[in-house]
Structure formats: structure tokens, C-alpha cells
Design a protein around this ligand. Sequence first.
Ligand code: DGL
Length: 259
Amino acid sequence: MINNNPIGLFDSGIGGTSIWKEIHDLLPYEDTIYLADSKNAPYGQKSKEEIIQLSIKNTEFLLNQNCKIIVVACNTATTNAIKELRAKYDIPFIGIEPAIKPAALNSQNHVIGILATQGTLNSELFHKTAEKFQDTKIIEQIGHGLVPLIENGDINSPEMDSLLHRYLKPMIDANIDYLVLGCSHYPYLVPQIKKILPRSIGIIDSGEAVARQTKNVLNEKVGFNTQTEKGRNIFYTNGNPLVLSTILNDKFKVIAKDF
Ligand code: DGL
């Protein structure tokens, strides 16, 4: 099946670029449009209704750019709004949820940790998934303050280090053997997290699984881009374009726009 329209992605900010990278690696000939709603970040403490309204706004923007599929590159938006988006629009949506399943299935200690936003950890979707793994103890931790620091470009700051120590210490003490990163911003913290966690604790995020799922849906329902040149990748932000550019190693076109 052929469909040369772009793949659309959105997140509350720059974090979803961690998902975009996985999709771009797997599907390099696809055009992509990424929307960083940094002006409204963080979504994690907003109400479900606010998250739905922001997700609708982002979706409308991407639909106006003729996107053929939308990747909700944000756990908080997926767990709070994807059901409503699917009911409202006649286009496939791919969501991202914390990877509890692989962590629980691989855990030898039957204790895993999850770091995610308040919105994700409080959502019905998260609870439904967590309930499926009754024999695994899940240590939940809200990552208060992490997203604003990432959005400010302060990944390598002493504040970040001290927050991560505070959030990870109880998990280490509880003897987790897997840490699930339940927010698309957090893969950018892996180098700092690795300095704190013992090497025996595995770190899992959902980026690769989302990319594989996107490819499957293009294959089965939507169609691939057949161009022989590498895809064009456009990034829009309503926040600071420099922070978004930096996280993309200054390799891609970033457009500052209010939306
Ligand atoms: N990147 C987001 C997520 O995956 C949202 C973080 C936030 O805006 O609070 O949950």
C-alpha cells in the first residue's frame, strides 16, 4: 500500500523526540512532522479534561498538515486522551504506555519500579495494565520536576541529579531489578540514571515497541511512503526552538510557531 503523506507526532514538549528517533531509524523514508507543545508543558499535573483538549488541538494541527497517522509520543496524553481521540477522528493513532509488561515478565525479584508523571500513574489505563501483573510489586514514583528541567535544557544539572537520587533510592532499597521509564522525556536521563542505579537493574522504555507498532499499522492499514530519498523531517515548537534543536543535535529543521 502506498501513502506518501507524513507521519505526525506530538508531545507536551521535546521528550517525544525520543520516540521520533526510534521511528525515524526504523522508517527513514517516511516524512515526519513533530509537534512540541512546550508552551503547555508539563501535561503531567493537568486534569484529564485539559489533557484531552490539548491533545485535540495538537491533532487538529497535524491533520491540517495531512498526516496519515498520528503518534501520541507522550504517555500522559496516551493514558488520558487516546480513547477520546480515537472516538473523534477517523485516522489511526499509535500511543505510548509504560512498558510494565516486559519488565514484569523478565523480573526475577518480582519487584519493578516505574517513574512516570502523575497523570500517567493516576490514569485508568495504567491501573488496568498494572492489575494484570498481580505477582509483581510495582514501586510507583512520580517524576515531579523532571520534565520542566528537561524542557529548560537542564539535563546535566545538580538539581536533576538530586531529584533522580531522591526518586530512585527507595526503588533500589526495595530491590527492583527493572526500572520502567514511563514518560517519553525520560530516555534523555538514562546516562544520569545509570550513574545512580546498580548495573544489575535493567532500564526499559517503550520507544522501540512504538516504532514497530507504527510500522505494522502502516503496513496493514495506511501505506508506506515510496520515495527513494530519505524522508523530510519538520519539527514545530511553541517553546524555545534552541532547546529542541539541541536535543536533535542541530541536525533538523526546527520551526518556532504558536499553536
Ligand atoms: N512526555 C510526557 C509523557 O510521556 C509528558 C510529560 C509532561 O508533560 O508532564 O508523559
